[in-house]
Design a protein around this ligand. Structure first.
Ligand SMILES: [Zn+2]
Ligand SMILES: [Zn+2]
Length: 888
């Protein structure tokens, strides 16, 4: 047996996830001596023993790493063998936390003076072992809503600073009892160094407050488990309760109670925006939604995102005496048909229509904290679980704000006394075109960290765009994308952004030197970046925003921030880079795939400032990480009234039609979109268009979607972003369900020179709608107007609907054909698609099918949002390479 000694170094998410006890147990298993310690950029291990055992030990590190860890790199170096007894130096032994557990292998304390480049793990859903604990009456964690271990629970939302150590988290307020202390210090225990470890004796607790009387002061009704019971009772009674989760409050109510949901909508003044629903478990979910294996896997993953599923048409066979069982069409329900037969068709209430009206999808998540599980033990119905905030404001993370800002919305509050340091929304994902799409990157996924292809000499900060903002940080060899911050409208959101940014730089002790922002001069993030570079933003760590324009201020703030990175290059002056919005969309996808080559990028979204200072959004770019050339764009049309048009899509439609038809022609079409609009208003809009004021040109594909939704009479007033696309999609799905509905002629876009023109498609849809109008008129003649007003011809209504369904379907088919045609003209480049328009599942499914039959592939992002939440990633990737070029 040959004795060897190796020095192993590991980077990635390897701290605060049970990595050292894992190494400790592994070393014991292979009878190796040595030590493991956390250091500045990961974990270092020295092991000595039989060569084969050391090799197996090394291989098992990657194979068996703890569930929440992520290994980015692992290296091993052979060093001289020393006598096993003297192997652990006196110094190491004195620093050791627990030499007594394994005399020959020890875990040493982390070196707290340097941990700047260690990743923080995102929060994770509760693990099965902890669930067992809370359900076991003999366990000290029985019914304890804050149960966690190294394999689960909060991380990011309660950390104030690295290293990830209890005293640097909001758990510092709770002194561990002897039992918790024992678990915390025992490397054999699942809770070894689980920083938030606590129990009913020593940890935080929940309290329920009633606001029903709407008095000035909320009234405490119950604490501890009784608070959960009180919450359950309130929910069952149709009340609205704010429930504190990991990253903020949810507004919850019974999702099967139409009245409760409409009360919530009324009080929050939200008409149709789909609400997410939390289901007790997969079995319950199977009663209401249907999906692919990929979708179920996402739903059940420990990250516990909100996953968009198709609503189920029928809920037959989904109940038996024992309660919910799998539906007949699900994989694991071999005997469910029998169960259903024996079931007394017990009522399972439907999800109320007003939870996600007019759309075929439902956003569903499973419980992710012990508290949620305890709640669902008492409430057997799906619960609406929507982020508690005022529209356009950040998610609320403390009860004072709930009482102050949402006191009129909620009937009760289930609060707890563990502070949320960083608030964090729920993540939102879906499967489209067979792949994952992340619509909102947040809890469970973010902070999203990844390895950079090279080491940075100075840190890069990407500030994001204007809507669905995230920001990105690159330093040393890692990149980090923040959780979803929100839309940067208004002072509150700007302060929230600043706070999150401060939190990040505080955690990582980073002072960015290269700042990348959007080209739009009025984006809040652009203004912030410019101020920062000018030195106007001072006291960065303290979070004070002041303007005084003195260069000296920046110098001072440099000193206060440089607690860790002593590299002299960190003192270089700050530089500002600006990246065009749609270029950033394409580069974001490239970043996720670690690409630098030139690609053919389709960036289709709502709005972004173009290089020509017009509003872009339907762009085809030949791009790499540094530069982009605009090859094609949608034929421009005007947004009548500018921003207002986005809320009122008939304005967009009118602007589009006026590119092709006279105002008289348009009126003669008798389109449904203008039916409820007074003539005077239509005339005014036309005049506004003629004056060319307040009606900027756009090439936005997102706005074209809005125009088509309006043309088909789907949306008069937009209630939430993306509603038009969602409604168009819903209609197209119905057409797909009705096979053979595709019309023989397939009008599409014309691609001539560099312009993509929707005219043939538009003309075809208007023609088909005219047929509807004609048929309707014929029906009028045969049945007589007086009858028709009360009982319209069913045949005609059905036909009219079919025509609209076909038109919606044709719209997406045409988009795919156009993309395919353009791609065929540039076979030498990889195709990249990005931008919010590609979040449309009908579009992505068709695109995937078309590209498969073309034997061509396309790239898109799966982890990073395709929407504006991905802008920061594109900016970061751009800044990364720019920085290298500058240094060369
Ligand atoms: Zn656990
Ligand atoms: Zn305890």
């Amino acid at each position: 047996m040959k004795q060897v000694r190796r020095l192993i170094h590991i980077t990635g998410i390897v701290q605060g996830v049970g990595f050292r006890p894992f190494i400790y147990k592994l070393a014991k298993q292979y009878q190796l001596s040595g030590y493991v310690l956390n250091n500045g950029d990961g974990v270092s291990i020295e092991v000595e023993g039989d060569e084969t055992r050391v090799m197996n030990f090394y291989n098992d590190i990657t194979l068996q790493a703890p569930p929440l860890s992520r290994i980015d790199s692992i290296t091993a170096q052979t060093i001289a063998v020393v006598d096993a007894l003297t192997f652990i130096s006196e110094k190491t032994r004195s620093e050791s936390a627990l030499p007594e557990y394994a005399p020959n292998f020890i875990i040493t304390e982390s070196d707290s003076s340097q941990s700047a480049t260690v990743c923080v793990s995102p929060d994770q859903g509760v693990c099965p072992a902890c669930l067992d604990d809370i359900n076991d009456p003999t366990n000290r964690h029985y019914r304890y809503p804050f149960t966690n271990c190294t394999h689960c629970g909060p991380r990011y939302t309660l950390i104030k600073q690295l290293p990830y150590d209890r005293k640097q988290t909001s758990m510092a307020a709770f002194a561990m009892c002897p039992d918790c202390e024992a678990a915390y210090t025992n490397p054999e225990d699942r809770r070894y160094h689980a920083q938030p470890v606590s129990c009913p004796k020593c940890g935080p607790w929940v309290s329920f407050y009633a606001l029903e009387s709407k008095k000035d002061q909320p009234e405490t009704v119950a604490d501890h488990y009784a608070a959960i019971e009180a919450t359950a009772n309130a929910l069952k009674a149709g009340k609205i309760v704010a429930v504190k989760g990991l990253g903020g409050f949810h507004l919850m109510c019974d999702a099967t109670n139409q009245q409760a949901v409409s009360q919530l909508r009324l009080r929050k003044q939200r008409q149709r925006k789909p609400l997410a629903v939390m289901m007790k478990d997969t079995h319950q979910a199977q009663c209401y939604i249907e999906g692919s294996q990929k979708e179920w896997a996402l739903l059940e993953s420990q990250q516990r995102p909100i996953t968009l599923f198709r609503k189920k048409a029928s809920r037959l066979n989904c109940v038996n005496d024992a309660g919910f069982v799998a539906s007949a069409d699900s994989a694991d329900s071999a005997d469910s048909a029998d169960s259903a037969d024996s079931a007394d068709s017990a009522d399972i209430a439907d999800i109320a229509d007003n939870v996600a009206p007019h759309i075929p999808y439902l956003g569903v998540m499973l419980p992710y904290t012990p508290l949620h599980y305890l709640l669902f033990d008492l409430v057997d119905v799906p619960l609406v679980a929507t982020s508690a905030n005022i529209s356009g404001f950040p998610i609320i993370a403390n009860s004072d704000d709930i009482f102050r800002l949402l006191g009129h919305v909620v009937d009760g509050v289930l609060d707890h006394n563990r502070e949320i340091v960083h608030c964090c929304d729920d993540s939102l994902v879906q499967i489209a075109g067979g792949r994952r799409q992340t619509l909102r990157l947040a809890r469970g996924y973010a902070p999203y960290t990844f390895s950079l292809p090279h080491k940075l000499t100075h840190p890069v900060l990407a500030v994001g765009g204007q809507q669905k903002v995230t920001f990105g940080l690159g330093f040393a060899e890692q990149g980090i994308i923040s959780p979803h911050v929100g839309d940067m409208f208004g002072l509150d959101m700007q302060q929230h952004y600043q706070k999150m940014l401060n939190g990040f730089t505080q955690i990582y002790h980073v002072k960015p030197q290269t700042i990348v922002c959007d080209k739009h001069p009025n984006y809040m993030t652009t203004e912030w970046a410019q101020d920062y570079v000018k030195g106007y933003v001072q006291g960065y760590v303290q979070g004070n925003v002041q303007k005084n324009g003195q260069e000296a201020v920046q110098e001072n703030s440099l000193d206060t921030i440089h607690t860790n990175n002593h590299d002299s290059s960190y003192e270089k002056p700050t530089q500002l880079l600006q990246l065009q919005h749609h270029h950033a969309h394409i580069v974001a996808v490239m970043a996720e795939h670690q690409m630098r080559e030139t690609v053919l990028g389709f960036a289709f979204d709502g709005t972004g400032l173009g290089d020509d200072h017009q509003i872009w959004g339907g762009e085809v770019l030949l791009a790499d990480h540094k530069t982009a050339k605009r090859l094609y764009h949608l034929k421009p049309f005007r947004l009548i009234g500018g921003e207002r048009a986005i809320k009122e899509p008939a304005r967009i439609l009118l602007g589009l039609l006026l590119e092709y038809y006279s105002f008289e022609q348009i009126k003669a079409f008798q389109l449904e979109a203008f039916a409820n609009m007074p003539n005077s208003k239509l005339d005014n809009l036309y005049r506004l268009w003629l004056t060319e004021q307040s009606s900027p040109y756009t090439t936005s594909m997102g706005r074209l979607v809005d125009a088509f939704a309006s043309l088909l009479g789907l949306v008069e007033q937009v209630d939430y972003e993306g509603e038009c696309g969602m409604r168009l999609e819903a209609l197209a799905i119905q057409a797909d369900a009705d096979k053979g509905a595709e019309p023989p002629s397939r009008p599409t876009f014309v691609v001539e020179n560099d312009v993509i023109d929707p005219q043939p498609l538009l003309a075809s849809v208007i023609d088909s709608l005219a047929i509807t109008a004609f048929q309707s008129a014929c029906a009028d003649l045969t049945t007589g107007p007086s009858v028709l007003t009360t009982t319209p011809s069913i045949f005609t209504v059905k036909q009219a609907l079919a025509i609209k369904q076909n038109a919606a379907n044709q719209f997406f088919t045409a988009l795919v054909e156009m993309i395919s045609t353009i791609s065929a003209k540039h076979p030498e480049y990889p195709v990249v698609v990005s931008g919010g328009v590609f979040q449309n599942r009908v579009l992505m499914d068709k695109l995937d099918a078309r590209f498969t039959s073309d034997a061509r592939s396309f790239l898109t992002s799966e982890i990073i949002p395709l929407n504006d939440g991905g802008i920061a990633m594109g900016q970061l990737w751009h800044g990364l390479w720019h920085e290298v070029a500058a240094a060369e």
